[in-house]
Design a protein around this ligand. Structure first.
Ligand SMILES: C[S@@+](CC[C@H](N)C(=O)[O-])C[C@H]1O[C@@H](n2cnc3c(N)ncnc32)[C@H](O)[C@@H]1O
Length: 235
């Protein structure tokens, strides 16, 4: 049975479409315009992909940014209103697809790189998504995840995996009903990549220039060849 917190995440995004679009359009999230937007774009560009799938693309800013540079890019999200908005603004291809339905049937082709920018918020939904990603990538394809840094984002709580209470602290008063989110340690993130056939090529810690605290962590995984997975199993 689906955990109830997973549904709360989706409900919260459905409820906060308008404030989210405004927050991104008006640059209301300081860490994004200071650090994390540039960090994820550079991480992608450094790997020179020709095709990119942005999973959990929200209102579509990253797809538009990459399309401007000439990358063939598609974005998917579970919230129809965010996708409607993304289509209206233009600059890329967008489709309403929840994580659990991401498959060849709904996508035009395989991709060189898949990115999740602050869009992996749940527990089971994220585990399931990691299992689906390899089949959507070209040989040697890359999976880039930018998320809350487990050390700087841990707060006063214990450093163990588990559901955390959500908050819109630092966001405008227009936001309501924050959703819970699932905290993972660095080690758990590493295991998620490895268990799903990825070699972790890089782990980046973009620093907030004002506070000198990591604003996020970026994992760059690459699909390992079948041969190297078999060798690992034999060792
Ligand atoms: C913090 S926003 C990030 C949006 C975008 N990646 C960005 O950088 O602005 C999280 C996004 O994940 C999407 N999301 C959450 N759970 C999802 C699911 N199960 N399937 C598809 N999208 C989902 C939400 O609708 C929301 O747009």
């Amino acid at each position: 049975m689906k955990e109830k917190f997973e549904d709360e995440i989706i409900d919260s995004w459905k409820n906060n479409v308008n404030p989210w679009i405004t927050a991104i359009r008006d640059g209301e999230i300081e860490s994004r315009f200071l650090v994390t937007n540039k960090a994820v774009v550079n991480a992608i560009l450094n790997r020179k992909p020709k095709t990119v799938l942005d999973v959990g693309c929200g209102e579509g800013w990253l797809v538009r940014e990459l399309a401007k540079i000439g990358i063939s890019c598609m974005g998917t999200d579970i919230v129809p209103k965010l996708i409607e908005h993304a289509k209206k603004v233009g600059g890329g291809r967008f489709k309403t697809i929840p994580y659990e339905n991401l498959s060849h049937n709904l996508l035009p082709k395989k991709f060189d790189l898949i990115v999740c920018n602050f869009s992996l918020l749940g527990n089971e939904s994220v585990i399931d998504l990691f299992q689906q990603i390899p089949a959507l990538l070209n040989k040697g394809g890359l999976f880039i995840v930018q998320t809350i840094h487990p050390i700087s984002g841990c707060g006063e709580e214990k450093y163990i995996d588990g559901w955390r209470k959500g908050s819109w602290k630092g966001f405008s008063a227009e936001f309501s009903k924050p959703a819970p989110w699932y905290f993972r340690t660095l080690e758990t993130w590493k295991i998620l990549f490895q268990e799903n056939g990825f070699k972790l090529r890089e782990v980046l810690e973009p620093l907030n220039p004002k506070t000198k605290v990591p604003a996020s962590v970026i994992f760059i995984g690459q699909l390992a060849s079948r041969l190297s997975i078999q060798k690992k199993v034999l060792l």
